[in-house]
Design a protein around this ligand. Sequence first.
Ligand code: PLP
Length: 387
Amino acid sequence: MKTEPHSSRAASHIEISKSAILHNVRTIQRIIGERVGIAAVVKACAYGHGANEVVQVLINEQIRFFAVHSIEEADRLDQSFPGLPILILGYVPLSHLEHAVSRSWRLTVSSIETVNSLHEAVGRAGKEAYMHLKLETGTNRQGIRESQIPAFLDAIAREPRIVLEGASMHFANIEDTTDHSFAKMQLERYKKMLAQIEAQVGRIPIRHTASSAASLLFESTHFDMIRFGISLYGLWPSKQTYLSYLIARKENSLLKPVLSWKTIISEIKDVPSGDYIGYGCTYRTTYDSRIAVIPIGYFDGYDRKLSNLAHVLIRGKRAPVRGRICMDIFMVDITHIPEASLQDEVVLIGSQGDERITVEQLADWAGTINYEIVSRINPLLQRVIVD
Ligand SMILES: *Cc1c(COP(=O)(O)O)cnc(C)c1O
């Protein structure tokens, strides 16, 4: 895919580094080995990076499935990439099962009503249904309990066109801690349930448990496939995961962040000492200030909690946010950057000169995690693939 000429680039846009995505996916493939497949998790607009753009970059890589949350996300991807192999991680309403089956989308299943409805759906679609049974091991989100296994296998066995292709689970406490005992307990439960299932129906072709953190930290979680989300985008699942990885492997520049968020200065003004800036008069200048207006706000995903806290980069220097973030606009102080001028590039995430604003820094300021910062970037903002 060619990148667009600069003139057609929106003033506010998201840049996606093709080389960084490829670096991250090839790095994890090296870590997990050729034998283990990758489900590239592109739910939530590819964690805000742009699902079409990320799939475009990955289309010629060895990706087993593109994992989305919903049937709507699957539909969107299918329009751009007909026949794309898709694994749906979230709930598919019973009325939409036939549609999913007709597209051969893989279904994550943890409710018996879904299996029963699949009996009709395979008939109407005239196709096999591929399901991945989700096992409950301690997260208590999706998943069936051990006691439910016989009923599920029974219902599956009654319709030969329902193919039990996968068995999965999801870790509850692998990112937020350096103590991995809960994860190990979940893994043991998974293996026990898996053995019970396989004793009855034979080897499940695609057994998968690992998200990014487990993929990076524990080989024992890889099985046949990993579900690789946040680290595909060059971000660590957490500080604890990063630390655990460093202690075990001592390799610190493993992942390359993919996303940069850029805009321009839309206005510059002199504000005398003692004036207030923005809604609620939460900031009052203590010196004669030069203020730049930035055409981005909380609608775009630039969190209101960043008010009076965050910095942006202008001419390679940090400019602090003054006053509250508005819906579509905020203001920064550029008194110390006299060379700044109208329509200068402003970096909200990414680097400029020697300075850099990381997703993690924004997450700290906003009191949240990197996942939320990127996934909430407004899908309407233009995504541009670079290098
Ligand atoms: C989102 C998601 C993932 C990816 O997790 P990361 O921590 O982003 O790698 C994996 N599995 C399931 C079930 C998910 O919902």
